[in-house]
Design a protein around this ligand. Structure first.
Ligand code: C2E
Ligand code: CA
Ligand code: CA
Length: 717
């Protein structure tokens, strides 16, 4: 046999090439699998095939070049090219297997065997390219060993690549490098074992010896292969970087999207779901309850007097209260239940899987208890100590009280209004009787929010007349032209506005309008009279009432003596000490006051004395009953008039509708009268007309009356 020898530096280079090719293969396999079904996949696959195939082939070739015999060696170009083709095909096969999802062991073994056989056939084809004669004699056992090494190395390579793929691509270069070296060792191991199997009989001649010059071939192949592998790797790394950037961009885009989505579905102040998310969740709950034949409950919570807190203590305090309440409510229900804020002080809670009404009541009780402890709002500047607030809770059940989200919410809302109407601080289940009345109330309350802005409010002026029939004053009466419900009486909407606290804002609007009107009348040179504005108890309790009123009168250049305020007897007496302070402040600022609806409450004489108000207005229920046949009514009114006079107050009788009532009042020395008999509440133009006419003619007690809508005609007397 011919004695063979090796050039060890070329052996080392062959190992390097094998490892580099393995690394490229693993890298590309990872890339290809991370790309998924993207169209660029085929380019990565083909590029990877070229790099890997060339790598394996040139490893083999360099390995061959490292080998020398004492005879001249060469390689047949066609057979060498054929061996390259085999290397490429095997690589293509290997890469497509490696890029697929984690394979089962049987599949790994099958494809690994195919790949190993591919590599081995490339090797032995490459050997055949020497065209030795006589043929190379292979030692069968070593030949089989080389085949086994090729197959097991391939199986190992596929296995390694499939484990590497389950990790994040970015973090893999070190384990991939180690795996590549192992694979490189296995491939070269196969090669040199294969070489070991080859025996060249003495006298062998290389049939391809006149082929290519081996030295230059080695350099060319090494340089070309190394550059191809390096370029492929650089491309892969650059692309991975770019992909990482795109990935980072996509991630921040996703985060931004999620944030937007969150903002669209959550309340900014409390972080609770808003109406949008709530309705989505209720829809889901309906679908789920329908499937499972279950119940769920909707709790509508509105805080009692929250608007007053906001108006008097400021928004910071109001916000702090809402936030703390949101936390308490969330802590009260289960994680899967939903606590939403609809805006303002309205919260809705939905609890699923309610077996029966007693369970729903139990939860209502728990929600109710959230309000037992005071709210600690020190941080929000609410002064020392906590603040208490009570809820009105309305409850509706699915499917008992409605089959759709709208109906369930509307009915819970209606039940909540029923709680408000029956004294607040309670919870009630919806009942069908609540429907109609509360629906109107709800609509009134809702649309009141925009009534000022939409200019739906206006003011009528009802004149007060003295005993000579001259206009001695006027009462400003608020009117609301509702777009759907028509003209709504203040008797209806003022109580609703008081409950919701909106009366404060509306009340200031009334005062502002009256100031504007007085200013306008004065500017047009028209004689003016004192205008009385009604104040409700909520307005009276606003701590900065007097300052706000003075700011308005100053702004319009109105002397406080041009205005007075009416407060009802029951309001005045309810909280007499407190009211007296405010009344004194108003009086100190120069405003007169009247006690309205006198006779309906229970006045304490001593308080009445201390109030020292300008007017007492006898309630119209007494005036109505005034006739010679009702001596009791006569004596009550006479007593009121005497009392007022003894306290130096003027008496105004309201609701005077008939001549006889008027005559009786006149006989009792009543100072002023107000009622439909003389004039209905008038628009500002009608009131101006009346005032202009007054110079010529006073009200004629024996004849015509003046009413809204009717032209004011002078009477003949
Ligand atoms: P009030 O202060 O007792 O006002 C007198 C009410 O009696 C007015 O009803 C007036 O239109 C009505 N009236 C006048 N003359 C007669 C008559 O001869 N016969 C009858 N049957 N009624 C007569 P209105 O305008 O519906 O106001 C109802 C209540 O609403 C007022 O009662 C007052 O308490 C409240 N209100 C009206 N405007 C305002 C306002 O600007 N602010 C506040 N806080 N309350 C207001
Ligand atoms: Ca009044
Ligand atoms: Ca009255």
């Amino acid at each position: 046999m011919l004695q063979s020898s090796y050039n060890y530096s070329l052996v080392a280079v062959s190992l390097l090439i094998a490892s580099l090719a393995s690394y490229t293969a693993l890298d590309f396999a990872g890339r290809i699998s991370s790309i998924g079904k993207d169209p660029s996949r085929i380019y990565w696959l083909l590029g990877g095939t070229c790099a890997m195939g060339l790598g394996i082939w040139s490893m083999h070739f360099v390995g061959m070049l490292a080998f020398s015999l004492p005879i001249v060696l060469g390689y047949d170009l066609a057979i060498t090219a054929y061996s390259l083709l085999i290397a490429l095909l095997s690589s293509y096969f290997a890469l497509s297997v490696m890029a697929r999802d984690a394979a089962s062991w049987p599949r790994l073994i099958c494809s690994g065997t195919a790949l190993g056989v591919g590599i081995a056939s490339m090797h032995y084809t490459g050997m055949a390219a020497m065209r030795m004669s006589p043929s190379i004699e292979y030692t069968p056992s070593v030949f089989l060993l080389s085949l086994a090494i090729a197959v097991s190395a391939s199986i190992a390579a596929l296995r390694i690549s499939s484990t590497l793929r389950s990790r994040p691509y970015k973090l893999m270069w070190l384990p991939r490098m180690a795996a590549a070296v192992v694979m490189g060792l296995a491939i070269t191991g196969m090669h040199y074992t294969g070489m070991e199997a080859a025996n060249f009989p003495i006298g062998s001649i290389c049939g391809a010896a006149s082929g290519i010059d081996a030295h230059w071939l080695a350099v060319t192949v090494i340089v070309a292969t190394m550059s191809i592998l390096v370029i492929a790797l650089v491309l892969s790394v650059v692309d991975a970087r770019m992909e990482a950037h795109t990935g980072a961009f996509n991630r921040s885009l996703r985060i931004a999207n999620e944030r937007l989505q969150y903002q669209a579905t959550h309340d900014a102040l409390t972080g609770l779901p808003n109406r949008m998310l709530l309705s989505e969740r209720i829809q889901h709950a309906i679908a789920a309850a329908e499937r499972t034949n279950n119940r769920f409950a909707v709790y509508f919570i509105d805080l009692d007097g929250f608007k007053a807190i906001n108006d008097t203590l400021g928004h910071t305090v109001g916000d702090a209260l809402l936030k703390e309440l949101a936390d308490r409510l969330k802590a009260t229900v289960r994680k899967e239940d939903i606590v939403a804020r609809l805006g303002g002080d309205e919260f809705v809670i939905m609890v699923e899987n309610i077996p029966d009404i007693s369970m729903a009541a139990h939860i209502a009780e728990k929600l109710f208890n959230c309000f037992k402890a005071e709210f600690n709002l020190m941080g929000a500047g609410a002064g020392s100590g906590g603040m208490g607030i009570s809820p009105s809770i309305g409850i509706s059940l699915y499917p008992d009280n409605g089959a759709t989200m709208e109906v369930l919410l509307r009915h819970a809302d209606a039940a909540m209004y029923e709680v408000k109407a029956s004294g607040r601080n309670n919870y009630l289940f919806f009942e069908s009787s609540m429907n109609v009345a509360s629906m109107r109330t709800i609509e009134i309350q809702r649309s009141m929010r925009t009534a000022i802005k939409d200019r739906q409010f206006f003011i009528h002026y009802q004149p007060k007349f003295d005993c000579n029939g001259l206009v001695s004053g006027a009462e400003a009466l608020l009117r609301w032209q509702h777009p759907r419900l028509g003209l709504i009486s203040p008797a209806e909407f003022i109580t609703i506005a008081e409950r919701s606290g909106q009366i404060i804002e509306i009340g200031y609007w009334v005062i502002e309008e009256v100031c504007k009107q007085l200013n306008e009348w004065a500017a047009s040179g028209q004689e003016t009279v004192k205008v009385a504005v009604n104040l409700s108890q909520i307005q009276l309790r606003a701590p900065n009432l007097v300052e706000e009123v003075l700011a308005l009168t100053t702004r319009f250049g109105i002397a406080p003596s041009m205005m007075m305020f009416e407060i009802t007897e029951s309001v005045a007496m309810q909280n007499a000490e407190e009211t007296m302070k405010t009344v004194a402040k108003l009086q100190g600022a120069g405003f007169d006051l009247a006690i309205d609806d006198f006779g309906t409450g229970y006045s304490s004489l001593s308080y009445l004395q201390q109030f020292a108000v300008r007017q007492l207005k006898v309630d119209r229920t007494f005036v109505n009953r005034l006739s010679e046949s009702d001596p009791k009514a006569l004596s009550v009114v006479a007593a009121i008039i005497n009392l007022a006079h003894s306290l130096n107050m003027e008496v105004v009788a309201e609701g005077v509708e008939t001549q006889s009532q008027h005559a009786i009042l006149k006989g009792m020395q009543c100072d002023q009268v107000q009622g439909y008999l003389m004039a209905k509440p008038l628009s500002n133009e009608e009131f101006s007309k009346l005032m202009r006419r007054q110079g010529r003619c006073a009200f004629d007690f024996g004849g015509s009356k003046i009413s809204a809508g009717e032209p004011v005609t002078a009477s003949a007397h």
